[in-house]
Design a protein around this ligand. Structure first.
Ligand code: NAD
Length: 417
């Protein structure tokens, strides 16, 4: 599929080819799994507030459904393209399989700049996007969730649009919705919490007490904020955070709760007192124990990897490290906790939300946190053990385990017709 040929898709496929080589994966299966099962591109004409009509391009890619309905977020960003969405969908397939969820992988997106659009414009665009995909998504087919530039409100509009077309409420069609319409307790913070859960296991292995750890977080959105807040609450020193325009730094640590109040009063991150401004590039190169890229892909590349000083890299974002950079990090002895493991907390609690919606029976927050913790801790140690036993990186170990599970499902189901 020529249209998919972008840097992010190449990264995802090269990772796949490497893990498939190691697995000696059946060549027919390999041919099938390197491309999506289905990719749909739509035009989304949207009435803007000034009366004009703007036509956005929307995508939904379902990479593989051998394990169950496909699952994956919706991204609103000016750089969204088919290759990026296809790469993210492929990573969702391996991620769901790695943590034993009965889901395949998907992803969606709209090429737009949500920061320059009004609430009404976003609502109209989201509803039209959803209606274009009514026959493609569904609680037993393909279940969207939030990603960069989307949130619980976006999911509420999607759920309502889908439900209006069906004639009854279908909460299980999306996850990450507000609790009042069938969302789950603990979903909003799940990805950030999961990032910290695996980072704490890694610190423990390296015998670094959490109080001695310094943390740098790139991206202060849903994932980055909840990761920074949880690190701060656990006693680690969060020394720098950033958003797309740049970041702030203080070697003595940032009070993340105070920073949250600062921002909720409408003030800019950059004006937080007693901090030094840093660019996003400088931030990645700061001295720290744990580096958490929690924004976009391809941030750690052959250009900056030699200046990366962290001991542990926890990939909260999807695909933040290029292939060349990955090899250099391995040689430098940096422990890399790969994206498909590190950020899987989001899809795990999304699974809990879907189960609750389908059963119409809702769980306590404590129950959700305990189940999430159990699944992540066990996935971390299984992946670490596999990596050590086979002398391979944690990324290759995670990919091999995920891909192998999907391959087993394909072999068991056989080829139709
Ligand atoms: P978000 O839109 O809530 O936040 C993104 C943050 O990144 C914002 O602070 C934005 O200012 C910042 N940012 C954007 N471009 C940047 C750049 N060039 N440099 C530095 N910062 C930049 O998105 P999110 O939901 O927090 O997702 C962040 C990452 O985590 C993405 O890679 C996403 O795919 C991944 N992820 C999210 C979830 C989830 O549950 N939301 C689950 C798994 C993985």
């Amino acid at each position: 599929m020529k249209e998919c040929d972008t840097p992010t898709f190449r990264l995802a496929t090269e990772q796949f080819e490497h893990a498939a080589d190691m697995l000696k994966l059946d060549s027919n299966l390999r041919e099938r799994l390197r491309l999506p099962q289905r990719a749909v591109v739509v035009s989304i004409p949207t009435r803007m507030d000034d009366g004009s009509v703007q036509v956005f391009t929307g995508y939904r890619v379902q990479h593989d459904s051998a394990l169950g309905p496909t699952k994956g977020g919706i991204r609103y960003h000016p750089d969204v393209n088919l290759g990026e969405v296809a790469a993210l969908a492929m990573w969702m397939t391996w991620k769901c399989a790695l943590v034993n969820l009965p889901y395949g992988g998907a992803k969606g997106g709209v090429r737009c700049n949500p920061r320059t659009m009004s609430r009404n414009e976003l609502q109209r665009m989201t509803r039209r996007y959803t209606s274009e995909f009514v026959s493609v998504i569904g609680p037993d087919k393909d279940i969207p969730a939030p990603d960069v530039g989307t949130n619980a409100q976006t999911m509420a509009w999607m759920m309502d649009t889908y439900s209006q077309q069906r004639g009854y409420a279908v909460p299980g069609v999306v996850t990450g919705k507000p609790i009042v319409i069938g969302g789950s307790r603990g979903r909003e913070e799940a990805t950030g919490l999961g990032v910290v859960t695996v980072a704490l296991e890694a610190l423990d292995m390296l015998k670094v007490p959490v109080e001695d750890a310094t943390v740098v977080v790139q991206g202060f959105g849903n994932v980055g904020f909840h990761a920074a807040r949880t690190f701060h609450e656990k006693g680690a020193k969060v020394v720098a955070v950033s958003q797309s325009t740049g970041g702030i730094y203080n070697t003595d640590g940032l009070d993340i709760h105070a920073l949250m109040r600062h921002q909720s009063e409408g003030r800019l991150l950059e004006t937080f007192p007693n901090t030094t401004p840093v660019t996003n590039q400088e931030l990645l190169e700061l001295d720290c124990t744990v580096l958490v890229p929690a924004a976009l892909s391809e941030q750690i590349t052959k250009k900056n990897v030699r200046h990366i000083k962290c001991k542990i890299l926890v990939e909260a974002a999807n695909g933040p490290t290029t292939l060349e950079a990955d090899l250099i990090l391995e040689k430098k002895g940096v422990m890399v906790i790969p994206d498909i493991l590190a950020n899987s907390g989001g899809v795990i609690v999304s699974y809990f939300e879907w189960v609750q919606d389908v059963q119409k029976y809702f769980w306590e927050e404590q129950d959700i946190r305990e189940r999430l913790h159990r699944i992540l801790k066990s996935a971390f140690h299984r992946t670490m053990e596999f990596s050590r036993n086979n002398g391979i990186s944690m990324r290759t170990a995670a990919l091999m385990r995920g891909i192998d599970t999907v391959a087993q499902a394909h072999l068991a189901r056989g080829l139709y017709p």
